[in-house]
Design a protein around this ligand. Structure first.
Ligand code: COA
Ligand code: AMP
Length: 653
């Protein structure tokens, strides 16, 4: 075990900025050598012996033989190397009227103590800890404290309902849950603890402890014996970081697949640290001491990687924002943050920009602030429509970079890398070019490359670079499913194309995953909830276009014979069921009762055709449709209820 005062480690001198083309080519020509060189920028307790190796089942693993600790790299390393008094975290919470600065020394002290507290309640190497908290410093400390002990955290987004939390408890089997007593949504207090209690009641697995961070606007009741006060754990003696193998899991982050069961994406210590550190330099051009503001939630991959780990690994200052881009208190809140903290790089989802644009179309609020520190705005999480892209670029006067990634990758796969030379400029509608380490291909259904300009399936040639998921928690079979369609490739689930100049465009999912306000949801999971209603014979859930959230889910249901429940009453019950089981974040707000669902002659529901119908796209009549007339009936229903882009604004369409 390493003490808090371990000897200073000076990494080898960094190379000057390199060209994008040479860097990308080098990363594919010899991935092991390329990433080993990047790994040397970090402190290792034991240097890795094998940069890249394969498990017996063929899974690639990075940096075997190496030992390190992510919490040490994020905190102790910087404190020991002159950054003790530099702000590490700027907490800005307009919803609780709080602003606080934490230096690297302060964040280390809190983390080391909280880790001590976790250890006292029995959390050790490999134990899981679920974190169910809003964007608060206490949540970040909990993440880093788990990492310090070699425990595996799993942050669950606060918008998920008790049932979703219960599913994650049963899968991760955590020794403890760390939660807040509540959060704030605009001006509404959301108590979290009753949801945690309900989730534990529903789950078959029972965690030994619940650690509650009591917020001053809502007090949670503590169950004697099981529940503990967060502050009590903070009073423990500090503990040092435990060196762990590079392949040891750092965290599990659940994300939606195509079924009701979420996938537990696993991230390891070594690959994750190397990849994020590289990305901070190469993609975001962030130097130690620079300020980054990522407007996301720590419960999403974007938040985990670029609110917490990436900035701290690089010795930057990160803004932790608890609020919304609008109405907290207004659509100028993001621009106020840029001015107040002299933010260099800002990163958020296109939905956030659309929300700001809706409330302040002329960008008058932005003009109130000095945005001169801002170098780039990065966008990800969903496709960025060119209109939103242009609006942001015009407003801010800095390059806007749309970049593509997934929870599975944990860091961008396509981007404009502003830290490398010779990079083609970003372009509206495109997510840019492959990031070093990623060999991105567009394939047809048979797995052959398609010519430029042709839409196909977006796949990445193996090996995936460090930082990408080496497996799914408790479910390696499902992990292998990503790799089995086209041997030698990771299939992303997205469709897209590459133009003649090499820009890649990601056009949306080709499976049953939808993206609602940058939140990834499974239509299959919503369908399972609708199908469980006693009146429902069968159903289809579609993600239809929405001007603010990108997509929203809509349910089409067929009643069982003899059912007389009215459409309105059924809609209410189904909306309540989805809110109760998934959470309000699903934005499930419309149900249409139909006589039949359009199917192929072999019985497959024509979901794509339904979505195109609702979105007002022209489409050829599917040759295999069993009953073409049903589409007219559904069109009339959508029109009657004003559901879908085609029928909302122009009911005559
Ligand atoms: N805890 C509890 N409830 C939550 C929640 C949380 N953390 N997050 C969202 N919800 C609830 C909301 O209160 C809302 O409930 P309601 O239906 O009772 O009003 C519902 O879930 C839908 O939330 P949302 O879609 O976020 O709508 P909104 O009106 O609250 O905010 C935006 C709209 C566009 C401002 C917001 O979605 C946003 O900031 N999006 C950016 C997304 C983002 O950062 N994604 C990260 C990926 S990079
Ligand atoms: P998540 O795992 O929640 O990050 O969601 C990943 C999905 O979001 C991807 O599979 C894409 O469908 C979508 N996505 C993320 N970034 C982009 C982008 N820049 N352009 C288009 N789609 C994106």
């Amino acid at each position: 075990m390493r003490g808090l005062q371990s000897p200073r480690y000076i990494p080898p001198a960094m190379k000057p900025a390199c060209s994008y083309a040479a860097t990308h080519a080098a990363s594919l020509a010899d991935p092991g050598a390329f990433w080993l060189a990047q790994a040397h920028h970090l402190h290792w307790d034991t240097r890795p012996t094998e940069p890249l190796s394969q498990d017996a089942n063929g899974t690639y693993r990075w940096f075997r033989g190496g030992e390190l600790n992510t919490s040490f790299l994020c905190l102790d390393y910087h404190v020991q190397n002159g950054r003790a008094d530099q702000p590490a975290l700027l907490y800005d919470s307009p919803v609780t009227h709080t602003q606080r600065t934490y230096t690297y020394a302060e964040l280390l002290d809190m983390t080391a103590r909280f880790a001590g507290g976790l250890r006292e309640i029995g959390v050790g190497l490999g134990d899981r800890v679920i974190i169910y908290m809003p964007n608060t410093p206490e949540a970040v400390v909990a993440m880093l404290a788990c990492a310090r002990l070699g425990a595996v955290h799993s942050v669950v987004f606060g918008g998920f309902a008790a049932h979703e939390l219960a599913v994650r408890i049963d899968d991760a089997q955590p020794r403890a849950i760390v939660c807040a007593s509540g959060g704030v949504e605009f001006d509404r207090v959301i108590p979290y603890k009753p949801l945690v209690d309900e989730a534990i009641a529903q789950a078959a697995f029972k965690p030994a402890h619940v650690v509650v961070f009591q917020r001053d606007f809502v007090t949670a009741e503590l169950q004697p014996g099981r529940d503990l006060d967060y502050q009590e754990l903070l009073r423990a003696a500090p503990v040092p970081a435990v060196p762990v193998p590079a392949t040891h899991p750092l965290y599990i982050l659940y994300t939606s697949g195509t079924t009701g069961r979420p996938k537990g994406v696993v991230r390891d210590h070594g690959g994750h640290a190397v990849a994020l550190h590289f990305s901070m330099r190469a993609i975001y051009a962030m130097e130690p001491g620079d300020v980054i503001f990522t407007g996301s939630d720590i419960g999403w991959a974007v938040g985990s990687s670029y609110i917490v780990y990436g900035p701290l690994l690089r010795g930057c200052t990160t803004v932790l924002f608890e609020g919304k881009p609008v109405r907290t208190p207004d659509a100028g809140t993001f621009w106020r943050i840029v001015e107040q903290y002299r933010v260099r790089v800002m990163f958020t989802a296109p939905t956030a920009i659309r929300a700001i644009k809706k409330e302040d179309p002329e960008g008058l609020l932005a003009k109130k602030y000095d945005l001169s520190s801002l170098r780039h705005l990065f966008l990800a999480g969903e496709r960025c429509d060119p209109a939103t892209y242009q609006w942001a670029q015009h407003l801010l006067g800095v390059p806007v970079v749309d970049h593509w990634w997934q929870t599975e990758s944990g860091w961008p796969m396509l981007a404009t890398l502003v830290g490398l030379e010779g990079m083609p400029a970003p372009r509206a509608g495109s997510a840019g070019h492959p990031v070093p380490g990623y060999d991105v291909h567009i394939l047809d259904e048979a797995g052959h490359p398609v010519p430029p300009g042709t839409t196909g399936l977006v796949a990445v040639k193996l090996p995936l670079p460090p930082g990408c998921f080496p497996t799914l928690w408790n479910d390696d079979a499902r992990y292998q499913a990503y790799l089995s369609t086209f041997p030698g490739y990771y299939l992303s689930g997205d469709g897209g194309y590459r133009d003649h100049e090499g820009y890649t465009y990601i056009m949306g999912r080709v499976d049953d995953v939808i993206n609602v306000a940058g939140h990834r949801l499974s239509t299959g999971e919503i369908e399972e909830i609708l199908a469980a209603h006693p009146a429902v014979a069968e159903c289809a859930v579609l993600g239809i276009a929405d001007p603010l959230r990108g997509q929203v889910p809509v349910g089409l249901v067929v009643l069982k014979d003899g059912q007389t429940i009215g459409e309105e009453a059924l809609e209410k019950e189904l909306i309540a069921a989805v809110r109760a089981q998934i959470g309000a974040l699903a934005c499930f707000r419309a149900v249409l009762v139909v006589k039949r669902l359009p199917k192929t002659r072999s019985g497959k529901i024509l979901r794509k055709t339904l979505r195109q119908l609702a979105d007002g796209e022209t489409f050829p009549m599917p040759p295999t449709i069993d009953d073409p007339l049903i589409l007219d009936e559904i069109r009339a229903g959508l029109q009657r209820r004003s559901i879908g882009a085609a029928f909302e604004t122009n009911p005559a369409a």
